[in-house]
Ligand binder design. Structure first.
Ligand code: SF4
Length: 520
């Protein structure tokens, strides 16, 4: 039976084609090339964008950026694999003009440029804005966990340290007792039956470990943190789903609903509780107005954060978590008490009025509450259903109750819109984590992880833009961006106004670039 045959390996090629001819015109690698060439890398803050005339010249940051974008688009993230691909992958040979940087050079670039990489992502968002791909009406904000480069074994909290110290103490006691018995046997002229030297070595090792745990304990006290990680000190143990805890970073992301395009991300090592205000402020700055609604899950439901968003003029829809304190009988839960705004009182299900003395009591630093009570509790026939408290029922009202109520009404009146939250925000997360398998970070430390995440989101935007606009449309969009950057004249007045406007939020960003990414 005949089979399709390949070319003989020793065959000499008479007409050699150029690298350019081997790469099709609609190959996405051409997009990466054009896009990176359109970025003013020096302005974005890439290191080695300028170099000293003496010594061996470094690789151009544009070439290394092209390599990374190509790698992340093709699920190649490790520097050793990227190094290999440069030598055997025809597309990369074309893209890098046959440059073959080694893995150290490649790794150093990603480590050294997390901020600049983020600015490249922002440039892509600007391009999306100019192409009218960002609706700017509904923004879904959510956090996703990426596993960190730190094992759970190398993460400690006070309880774990206490357990280790208690274990060491018990072992030390056992060894010291064994040494005492051996000494007594020797004094009586008997064989001690144990190797005293080995036991002393074990005691020394345990004492070393004890010192290490004591150091960790001091570190915990000094920093006021609840946990400490030894391989990547900034990673934290967090729930990744239900009760499963993993060493992770929490990547806060804002996604616009028009085409499910991410417009912002931020690497954090906290949970979602206090992330809403900051992410909304950033979204407002990126979009350029406050006429949008944010959709968030119940993990973000914090009165002070909702209030902060309302003060910015942004409408919120944050899911309402289940009541944290339940009455003995659900018919007497706090939501069954009616608030009377005119008199600042509550009416309980038995019809009695609860009053406040007007004082605000601090609740853990982020909000204060007023307390409402009534003397009627003393002789109330329903008391056993309502409360177990000795002094009767106390209702607490947050100082942000109005904002919380406004959010509740917004959710109730826009149920269909709120239902879209998951499909908007899960679009990028599903692709990145499930389809691409990027559910972990390769870097250590918040800032460097931000660079890693930046490359992931750049690759994601490229993929989405190619799907939405097609290869030709995206190529044209990049060309228009280039001509815009060439022709745009920035006046000193523009720069000063823009610098003052956005300094509060993006103080670390070059004002010239900030103008380019924010202006409509
Ligand atoms: S216990 Fe107090 S608050 Fe509860 S129903 Fe009776 S009077 Fe009202």
């Amino acid at each position: 039976m005949d089979y399709i045959q390949g070319k003989p390996r020793s065959q000499i090629v008479l007409i050699e084609s150029s690298m350019e001819e081997k790469i099709e015109q609609d190959n996405p690698v051409r997009l990466i090339d054009k896009f990176v060439d359109s970025c003013k890398l020096e302005e974005l803050g890439f290191t080695h964008a300028k170099h000293a005339p003496e010594g061996r010249p470094p690789y151009h940051p544009g070439d290394l950026l092209k390599l990374y974008i190509y790698g992340y688009l093709n699920r190649i993230r490790t520097t050793r694999l990227l190094e290999k691909e440069c030598k055997r992958n025809l597309e990369l040979m074309w893209l890098l003009k046959e440059l073959t940087p080694d893995h150290n050079t490649i790794a150093n670039f990603r480590k050294a440029n997390p901020k600049a990489i983020k600015l490249v992502f922002r440039r892509m968002v600007t391009m999306c804005k100019r192409l009218d791909l960002i609706g700017g009406k509904v923004i879904a904000i959510d956090g996703t966990k990426l596993r960190a480069q730190n094992s759970k074994k190398n993460n400690y909290n006070q309880r774990k340290i206490d357990d280790h110290l208690a274990y060491i103490e018990s072992r030390l006691h056992e060894y010291l007792d064994a040494l005492d018995i051996a000494d007594a046997a020797e004094n009586m002229g008997l064989d001690p039956e144990i190797d005293k030297k080995k036991i002393q070595e074990k005691i020394a090792r345990l004492n070393d470990k004890k010192q290490q745990y004591k150091k960790l304990e001091q570190e915990l006290i000094k920093t006021g943190q609840e946990q400490i990680s030894t391989t990547d000190p900034e990673s934290r143990k967090m729930p990744i789903r239900q009760n499963i805890l993993e060493m992770s970073y929490n990547i806060q992301t804002s996604v616009d609903d028009k085409h499910c395009l991410p417009i912002d991300f931020k690497t954090t090592n906290n949970n979602d509780t206090h992330a809403m205000g900051n992410m909304t402020a950033r979204a407002k700055s990126i979009i350029g107005h406050n006429e949008f609604t944010t959709l968030l899950d119940k993990g973000y439901h914090t009165g002070s954060e909702i209030n902060q968003c309302h003060e910015m003029g942004v409408e919120t829809m944050v899911a309402i978590p289940a009541l944290s304190t339940q009455a003995v009988d659900p018919a007497y839960n706090v939501d069954q008490f009616i608030y009377h705004e005119e008199t600042d009182t509550y009416q309980c299900p038995q019809g009695n009025i609860l009053y406040t003395n007007g004082s605000l009591y601090d609740k853990g630093g982020d909000h204060r509450v007023k307390q409402y009570k009534t003397k009627a509790c003393k002789h109330c026939p329903a008391r056993a259903h309502c409360t177990k408290a000795k002094n009767g029922r106390i209702i607490e009202r947050s100082e942000f109750a109005e904002a919380i109520l406004r959010n509740k009404l917004a959710i109730e009146q826009n149920k269909e819109l709120y239902k879209r939250r998951q499909e908007i925000v899960e679009h990028p997360f599903g692709t990145i984590k499930r389809q691409w398998g990027f559910d972990y970070t390769l870097m250590k430390g918040k800032q460097k992880v931000d660079g890693d995440v930046g490359l992931i989101f750049i690759a994601y935007l490229f993929t989405r833009l190619m799907n939405i606009l097609g290869m030709k449309g995206l190529m044209e969009a990049i060309s228009s961006l280039i001509s815009l950057l060439i022709t745009q004249k920035l006046t000193l007045k523009h720069l000063i106004i823009e610098f003052q406007r956005s300094q509060r939020i993006f103080s670390e960003i070059n004002p010239l670039y900030r103008y380019l990414i924010i202006c409509p």
